[in-house]
Design a protein around this ligand. Structure first.
Ligand code: SF4
Length: 276
């Protein structure tokens, strides 16, 4: 399995997949303060159709300009809200995004950066990622969050997979490799894989989990299984595995034609009857 996963990492066309991935927006910004804000925005809106997601991120970035941290530092939540009037992405409204960004800017002012806040929380919570994420979510939501804001920034303790928040942490924490950026000083070994429908199905194909729901426990189970192959950086396989699903290359059933070129075929449950 380890060998096949590494072959997948080495052979997937990361540059092509990066173009459609929301993390590509983050790569446009050099200043870490801008990049962590755009990462928050891009990951939290990564919900739904790829084209719609990209259009929504681009719409907010028009408001934030070329220096999002500076723009946010100089605008009140009310002004942001007015700039995003009419913005809608799924169940999110401009007011939800304005509140999240205004709270993110407040954290940057108070702690120097979102990364500094996260690193301190991680230390304060005895290196517990879930509690660290929960502390960040609480700050980003603020008081009496709307239903949209609660969905935009989920509470990791509610049990859901928190895919978008975990995606954000992957981007910020994993070492820079052309996809992830390595801006925050947390150990990559502490990360939990963001589980969307693609990762869930492919993890089932590879017998990394047999859980039927994409919950936080499922994410932990898949991560623990991946730690057998790299305990220091188990989530490094996420981008390649996810895009195997996003690109529709994996049918998640035995398909002579589509599975023929899959590097995981020898370790896929659809092509074998015994456990690995
Ligand atoms: S062998 Fe086929 S079903 Fe299995 S992971 Fe590869 S593409 Fe998906």
């Amino acid at each position: 399995m380890h060998v096949r996963l590494n072959v997948l990492l080495d052979t997937r066309d990361h540059a092509r997949h990066l173009q459609d991935d929301p993390v590509s927006f983050v790569h446009r910004f050099v200043d870490p303060l801008d990049a962590e804000l755009v990462g928050l925005l891009s990951s939290s809106l990564a919900f739904g159709n790829v084209k719609a997601v990209r259009a929504s991120i681009a719409r907010v970035l028009l408001v934030l300009g070329e220096q999002p941290a500076r723009t946010l530092a100089s605008r009140s939540e009310l002004e942001l809200r007015a700039s995003l009037s009419g913005f809608v992405h799924r169940i999110y409204r401009g007011a939800d995004v304005a509140r999240m960004l205004a709270n993110a800017a407040r954290l940057q002012r108070a702690h120097g950066s979102l990364g500094a806040f996260v690193e301190r929380s991680f230390a304060d919570h005895q290196s517990d990622l879930r509690r660290t994420m929960s502390a960040l979510a609480t700050e980003l939501r603020g008081n009496a969050p709307s239903r949209g804001l609660q969905h935009l920034i989920p509470d990791p303790h509610a049990g859901s997979a928190c895919k978008r928040l975990l995606l954000y942490f992957r981007w910020m924490v994993r070492p820079a490799d052309g996809v992830d950026l390595g801006l925050w000083s947390l150990p990559a070994s502490a990360l939990v894989i963001p589980v969307d429908t693609h990762i869930h199905r492919i993890a089932q194909n590879l017998r990394l989990t047999d859980r039927q729901t994409a919950s936080w426990r499922t994410a932990e189970e898949i991560t623990n299984a991946l730690k057998r192959f790299d305990a220091s950086d188990p989530v490094k396989f996420d981008f390649a595995l996810c895009h195997l699903g996003v690109s529709r290359d994996c049918p998640s059933h035995r398909d002579e034609s589509r599975c023929a070129s899959c590097t995981l075929q020898t370790v896929c449950r659809h092509w074998q009857s015994t456990a690995l």
